[in-house]
Each structure stands twice: as C-alpha cells, then as structure tokens.
Design a protein around this ligand. Structure first.
Ligand SMILES: Nc1nc2c(c(=O)[nH]1)N[C@H]1C(S)=C(S)[C@@H](COP(=O)(O)O)O[C@H]1N2
Ligand SMILES: [Mo]
Length: 199
C-alpha cells in the first residue's frame, strides 16, 4: 500500500470546478514548443540555484530519494481543455526550498527545462502546498511527451507554467518572463480570472 500522503488541490473542492471558458476532456493532449527530448536519467541532474543559502545539484538517484508527496489536481490548459482528477507523485516544491534555503530577497523563481525553456512564477505560488516536481501521473512514470523524467505541476495556474523536462529552479529577486510569457501569454495565468494572454 502506498503510504505517501495525498494533498487535495483546493480547486478540486470547488462546487463548479471547471473555470470559465474551459471544456472538460477525458484525453490528455500533448502540447509544447519544439521536439520531445529523450532524456537519460543517468545524465540528468536537478539544480537549485540563484538566491539560495545552499545551492544544490542532485543526481536522478538523489532526487528520487527525496521525501515524496502525492497531489490530486485538475489541469487547465489555456487552449481551453481541462482534465480533471489527475494524481501526481513526486517531490514537493517546498522540499526543494527546504534543502536549498531561498534567501529573504528571493521573491520569484524561474523553473528551467531542457533546451532553454523556462517558466516564471512568484515564489509564493511556486511554494503552494499542491505544487510539486512530478515523477509519475496516475501511478505511472511520466512518458517522454509529458515531461519524463521530471516535470513541474502547479495546479492553480494554467498548465503552461508546468514545465516539462525540468532541469532546475533558479531563485531570483526580480520577475523576468519565461518562454510562453515572452511570446504573449499572460505573466501570471490564473484560470479562474482567465488570465490567458497579454499582461
Ligand atoms: N519544457 C516545456 N514545458 C512545457 C511546455 C514547453 O513548450 N516546454 N509547454 C507548456 C504548455 S503550453 C502546456 S499546455 C503543457 C502541456 O503539458 P502536456 O503536454 O503534458 O499536456 O506543458 C507546458 N510545459
Ligand atoms: Mo499550453
């Protein structure tokens, strides 16, 4: 039996849990810029750096040995599909902060991914209790197209913030745009406020 605690993302508890302008799909579409990278975990590492007390570089072996959480959440993609009831398992963003120890002037993060991709988030939202670096989805390892070996999942924001093929997180003082934000997606991306495109 899996003893890993399950965190229920708050948005799944709403009476009407589908945000405005969204349609529920049973599928799990694949969306990203560029080609799917095939990542060998043996050559992969996770870096926590920038404004932190103790910068870390973790091998895959070290990363998977960190304490785990499970999160039950809904996915809301800006292209209007939502996929309800996803179960993720991985390492809480909070766990990464606990070991890297962000400095008081760290107020934002850039989550970096393979090939130069990044997504920007306020530190507080990155550290939401339901945010994690996921290794599995519905009990199975992520597939390459969904971000193997590790992807970010930030349930309360549109799914473009949930970087696939993550290579690390950088703690910064000032907000700078990530990949999709720099080509016109909203800087924040709250699905309940329909922060889809533009500022
Ligand atoms: N590395 C990387 N991660 C990414 C993207 C990307 O282009 N590169 N696209 C984002 C977007 S726009 C979406 S909608 C989701 C899609 O995730 P999925 O393919 O698992 O559904 O991944 C996000 N993560
Ligand atoms: Mo997207």
């Amino acid at each position: 039996m899996d003893e890993t605690p399950v965190i229920q993302s708050a948005d799944t508890q709403r009476e009407d849990r589908v945000p405005p302008g969204q349609r529920v799909t049973q599928q799990w579409p694949v969306l990203h810029h560029g080609a799917v990278p095939i990542i060998d975990p043996a050559g992969w590492s996770f870096k926590a750096f920038g404004l932190v007390e103790t910068p870390k570089e973790l091998s895959f072996e070290e990363f998977v040995a960190l304490p785990r959480v499970r999160v039950a959440s809904d996915i809301h993609c800006v292209t209007t599909w939502s996929r309800l009831n996803n179960l993720w398992e991985g390492v809480a963003t909070n766990e990464i902060a606990r070991i890297a120890r962000p400095l008081p002037n760290a107020r934002f993060v850039l989550v970096h991914a393979f090939g130069g991709f990044s997504a920007n988030l306020p530190l507080e939202e990155f550290l939401a209790e339901d945010a994690l670096f996921a290794l599995t989805h519905d009990g199975k390892p992520l597939t390459p197209e969904h971000g193997y070996p590790v992807r970010l999942v930030v349930p309360r924001l549109y799914f473009w913030k949930s970087a696939k093929w993550v290579t690390g997180v950088e703690f910064v003082e000032h907000d700078t745009q990530g990949f999709w934000e720099s080509v016109g997606y909203h800087n924040h991306g709250d699905p309940w406020k329909e922060e889809r495109y533009g500022r």
